[in-house]
Design a protein around this ligand. Structure first.
Ligand code: SD4
Length: 349
């Protein structure tokens, strides 16, 4: 099925530029609040006062799943769920759960590297197509924190639960208490303690926070982001990953974005929200990711010491990604195929 949206009277150069970009790729994209609600033509026109443009979305190109890094199995799981007709949020949660449960992954879920005191604390958030979101910070003893964030969203009057409160809530919802510090992570932490220097490692082991965006058969976008945060972080430290707008943001009328890397710097620029807003204002996902990275490096001359990467997808299923340093990749599931894509980077010097 092809959706067709028509806007009238848009004098904005940016928007025209964007539309030109979209038509060059052969896929039209609607922008603007309510722009993709085909039942609501009146709102569309009121939001794009000066436009005179036709844009199309081809639902035959759905579903799609993307996730940060080379998490092949996680992305395949999400893709399979989407193909079965599972909605975007549940597919994303099922996908990231693969890494939360993978004890060999030392940056997500069980097996994650601990803080300086030896405690594994997890952060996660989810955001749904209807704009609802949930988040958990600084959670111990629970593996599937993205699923827990969804429970916060659905079964509490709040958006964020932290620490003990989140953990107690998890037990009340039937989550199991689990020891997250594995022997291997404990050993690595003990090694680190011999000369405890706190220095982030760029592209640490090439498997990092998992942020995932899913576009389901109905054309709805949702996402999840889950991490154990920076290895050997200070006790109490929380990064960008569970912060809606920084680690993850979805606007089902526009698209979504997720971040990985040095959370402190993503937080300062509210990176994922920024990308979605840039897309709303006319950029395609690639341009928006590049601009979000530019905002960081232009304000921070220490960027050579840390990595940040973004991935983004818009409602037409167009994908963008950009990072500071070479080495970042993302997974893309489309047309039943799951592939690892190398990402262009800023620091070519
Ligand atoms: C954080 N962004 O806690 C996460 C961790 C990460 O590469 O992605 N590290 O800051």
């Amino acid at each position: 099925m092809v959706w067709l949206y028509e806007f009238e009277k848009d004098s904005s150069m940016k928007r025209r530029q964007f539309i030109k970009n979209a038509s060059l790729t052969g896929v039209g994209l609607a922008v603007g609040s309510s722009a993709l609600n085909c039942e609501n033509q009146t709102n569309e026109k009121s939001l794009d006062e000066n436009t005179n443009t036709v844009m199309t979305i081809d639902k035959n190109k759905f579903p799609k799943a993307i996730c940060t890094w080379g998490f092949v199995k996680a992305n395949a799981k999400a893709g399979e769920e989407l193909t079965k007709g599972i909605k975007a949020l549940d597919a994303a949660i099922a996908g990231v759960a693969v890494e939360e449960e993978n004890i060999k992954n030392t940056t997500v879920g069980k097996g994650g590297a601990p803080d300086r005191e030896g405690n594994v604390t997890l952060d996660a958030c989810v955001m749904d197509s209807n704009g609802d979101c949930g988040s958990v910070l600084y959670v111990e003893n629970i593996t599937n924190v993205a699923a827990l964030a969804k429970q916060v969203m659905e079964d509490t009057p709040h958006v964020i639960l932290a620490g003990d409160g989140a953990e107690e809530f998890a037990y009340s919802q039937g989550f199991k208490k689990e020891k997250l510090l594995t022997d291997a992570s404990k050993l690595a932490w003990k090694e680190w303690k011999k000369s405890p220097e706190y220095k982030p490692i760029i592209n640490i082991e090439n498997h990092d926070t998992i942020g995932m965006l899913c576009l389901d058969k109905d054309g709805d976008i949702a996402g999840a982001c889950t991490t154990s945060g920076l290895s050997y972080k200070m006790k109490g430290r929380v990064g960008d990953s569970p912060i809606i707008g920084s680690g993850l943001f979805i606007d089902n009328e526009i698209g979504g974005a997720v971040a990985t890397g040095m959370g402190e710097e993503v937080l300062k620029t509210v990176g994922s929200f920024l990308i979605v807003e840039l897309m709303r204002n006319g950029m395609n996902p690639q341009q928006a990711c590049e601009e979000a990275i530019r905002r960081i490096v232009s304000k921070n001359n220490r960027y050579k010491d840390f990595q940040i990467a973004y991935i983004a997808m818009n409602k037409a299923g167009e994908i963008g990604s950009y990072c500071i340093h070479e080495g970042f990749t993302y997974m893309l599931y489309e047309d039943g195929k799951n592939e690892n894509v190398k990402v262009d980077f800023f620091d070519k010097a």
